[in-house]
Each structure stands twice: as C-alpha cells, then as structure tokens.
Design a protein. Sequence first.
Length: 278
Amino acid sequence: MTLRDSLLRASVEPLADGTVLALDPGFQGLPGMAHGGTVLALFDAVAGHAGPRRVRGHYMKKVPLGADLTLRREAVGAGVKVALDAGSTRVVDGIVSAAAPAATPRPKPPAPHAAHPLPLSTSCFVCGVQNPLGLHAALGFDDETVHGVWRPRETVRAADGTLAPIALTALLDEAAFWLGALATGESGMTTELEVTLLRPVPFGEPVTIAGDRSRVAPRADARYAETEVTAFAPDGTAAATARITFVAVRGAARRLAGWLAQTNAPDVIRRVFPTYAK
C-alpha cells in the first residue's frame, strides 16, 4: 500500500501494527529520502489523536521512498508509539501524545520585510518547483530569521475543510533545516523532530513560518544544532510550534549545491553554502 492522497488530505484509514506500506516519491526531502515532516504527519495520522497534540520523531536512518516499510504501532498510556522498519532495520520511531496549548509560548510573527531567498529544488515536497504533490513554498532569510508566507494548495485540503497537518509539519521541518544549514554552513538532516499542533487552520488562509536564528543552539557536539520554529495563522496566533535538531554532515553541501544549481542562481546557493558554491 502506497500512501499519497490520504496523507495529503488527512484521511488515512486506521492502520494496524505490522501494516506494510510505502511513501509516495512525491514526499521527497533531500534526494533519495522522505521529507522528515511528511513522516511526522504519517505518525500523527496513525495515532489518530484529536485536539492539541505533540508529535515526536527520531530519525536513525534515511527513510526510503517507494519501498516497503513495516509500521509499528503501540498504545502507551495516553499516547501512541509509532515506528517504521525497513526490513530488520529501524529507520525512525516516535510518539504522539496530547499537548496542553496553554503551556506553549506564542511568539509574534516577524513583520514583513525583504529577505534573501533560500534555494528551491526540483522535487522536494516543500520547495520543489516540479513536484506536483508539493507545497511549492519559498522561504527566505535575513540576519534575524528564516521565514516565509505560504498560501495553501488544493492538494493539502483536508476532508473537513482545514489545512492538512502534513503542510505544517513539513514547513516547520524545512525551516529548521535551513536554520541549521545557515548556522553551520553545511548540509545535513533533521534527526529529532518535535512538533506541537495547537489548533486547526482553515484551508485557504496564508501561513507564516518563522524561526529565530539567534535561538539556534549548538550542542556539545558542534555537528548538532537545536532550532525553534513557529507556524502562525493570519491572526498572529501560533498554529503549530517545533523544536527540531539539525545534524551537519561535512561535505554533504557540495552534493546538495550541485543539485540545487539546476534551479537557483549561483549567488542564492553561495549565501547559504559559501564554502561549496561555485
């Protein structure tokens, strides 16, 4: 069973422990792997929680696309543990649990202002200009934030008339990746994702994504950086927040810069990866 439209429209039928599934190639992040935010949306769908909830994922390996994955699901107290195995290898696991919205801070969205564009790709689920399933989002950055305003596409209209959660989880993960890349000058991947979905967003309303660059915090192992990102509704309230860990992989930016050169001017890539851009 290949998941595509049901995940895009938040209409995944209940899936039992042991179900074998595959993710459509349209859910690509970096080449050859699923976008972390799309996998998090799958975990959210499998858990089936309503109301404010926290969705966590820990990525140990690249999650392949179009390949058989075995779903593991286990109710634990008020939460649901979820994992995906590729053969005998655990590639990602996590948990979905209820969240208290009153305990979540509500930062203010950034005021609109000019920004440098971040690179676009051909096939990424979030920024791929040729991905028919994708969000077609364009983010930017300045000295203070990574941010952007995105208008929903019909592909992510949920059955109940709201914005499907996959849009929020993927946009937050995308912004976190760029926060980490800008902080380190390297490419890499997001490895620990925690997204709190605070309230539904009516479909059609623009969503503002913002992450403060000054709040990117390196771990003792400098390859790892902790990021914070928020998705804002038009009224300025937070629809979702995220704490996401980025890990830099030295040299990976050289390969990524070559891929991004298909769709971006050299100076766009150079601003993010000055060591590797031509």
